[in-house]
Design a protein around this ligand. Structure first.
Ligand code: KG4
Ligand code: ZN
Length: 363
């Protein structure tokens, strides 16, 4: 690893078409030369979730120009790239296939090595790209599509301690926003509505805290919000401003409680191996929530672990993390024969998590 290595990354597993160029310089420093992300929110907005067929077609239409945009942004030609990395799963299969076909075409035409990257590995390795975090670290991935605890020991070495058995927390925030007639994406809307609220007024459940382990569940919490809202509407003929704020605050508090307690349990398992520089890393869109973030930071501090959360642009779906995941590997690549995979658990010793969810499979 003593010469410059430049990787083109391609990501299309959900509703973002992304391409990026990441370089490891001869001195070992890694830099993101460009990271282009084209979202599809306007295409799916009126359907209340990502429509897989629409997403796949939009990726297929946009991938080539997104790659061109990334190359142009870095001032590079395809011939300047040393390797290509593409998300080969898990995700919505049509979108993953679009990216894999594009990347295989580029690899075939140029003869460059091609890496089939696990999308979750991209998220999981981002704290090393942004903060140079040392292995092993504990990762909590919390977004609109994912929720899982992983001990990250190496670029291909993960141990899943638990994950959601139904909705991802971001998905629950989005659904609760809809229930409270707040705009999408729901997370920021619920968070700002909750600022004026009293989290103690409504007693919402803390799902799965009564059971051992690190698995999580958020769909019952969402149903409890629905029931409380319906009771308020029946009583007052509608939702009053204070009702909405109190219910948003109670929901956010319940999510924060669940994540904090499960993080405490996951940290205990992780710390039992006495890592030299213990660190809890939190990635994903929900990590932007100040209440949740503060609660998780406290839990890390209590145990003497560091707390790291990459900047939001690299926490949410992007292709820089895919290119970086390939840079972390030492092998020659995966050839042209690999398949796109709708499910692909990071920890191959454990089965894929259940739960299709609004944004597709969780692992
Ligand atoms: O990582 P991300 O882009 O999701 C996936 O692509 O899976 O994160 C988006 C999710 C959305 O569900 C959004 O509502 C949630 O993250 N989110 C938040 C906040 N900001 C974004 N949830 C809670 N609080 C926030 N401030
Ligand atoms: Zn993702």
């Amino acid at each position: 690893m003593n010469e410059t290595h430049t990787v083109l990354g391609i990501e299309s597993s959900c509703d973002d078409t992304a391409a990026a160029i990441v370089r490891r310089r001869a001195d070992g420093q890694v830099e993101i030369l460009t990271s282009v992300v084209h979202g599809q929110t306007e295409l799916h907005g009126r359907f209340g979730g990502v429509v897989p067929e629409i997403a796949a077609r939009a990726h297929a239409e946009k991938l080539d120009t997104t790659v061109e945009e990334a190359l142009a942004g870095a001032g590079l030609a395809l011939s300047d790239i040393d390797a290509i990395a593409v998300t080969a799963g898990p995700g919505l299969i049509g979108g993953v296939l679009s990216g894999v076909m594009c990347a295989k075409g580029l690899a075939m035409a140029t003869g460059k090595p091609l890496h089939a990257v696990n999308h979750l590995a991209g998220h999981a390795l981002t704290p090393r790209l942004t903060d140079d975090v040392a292995y092993p670290y504990l990762l909590l991935l919390v977004s609109g599509g994912h929720c899982q605890f992983q001990i990250v020991r190496g670029p291909d070495d993960f141990e899943r301690l638990g994950g959601t058995i139904d909705d991802a927390p971001g998905e629950a925030f989005d659904k609760v926003a809809r229930l409270l007639a707040l705009p999408q994406p729901g997370g920021p809307a619920v968070e700002s509505c909750a600022e004026a609220g009293d989290p103690a007024r409504f007693a919402l459940p803390r799902p799965l805290l009564d059971r051992p382990g690190c698995d999580l569940s958020f769909s019952g919490l969402k149903t409890a919000v629905l029931r409380t809202r319906d009771a308020l509407v029946a009583e007052h003929g509608g939702l009053r401003r204070a009702d909405r704020a109190d219910l948003a605050a109670a929901f956010q508090d319940a999510v924060a409680d669940v994540l904090a307690e499960k993080a405490r349990r996951a940290l205990a398992i992780y710390l039992a191996d006495a890592p030299v520089t213990p660190c809890l890393c939190v990635a994903g869109g929900v990590a932007a929530n100040a209440t949740i973030r503060a609660r998780l930071e406290n839990v890390a501090r209590e145990t003497g672990a560091e707390f790291v959360s990459p900047p939001l642009a690299l926490c949410t779906d992007n292709a820089a993390m895919i290119a970086y995941a390939a840079l972390e590997r030492s092998g020659p690549g995966d050839g042209l024969e690999f398949s796109a995979r709708p499910r692909w658990p990071l920890d191959s010793s454990k089965p894929a998590m259940l739960g299709g969810g609004r944004k597709g499979a969780k692992a």
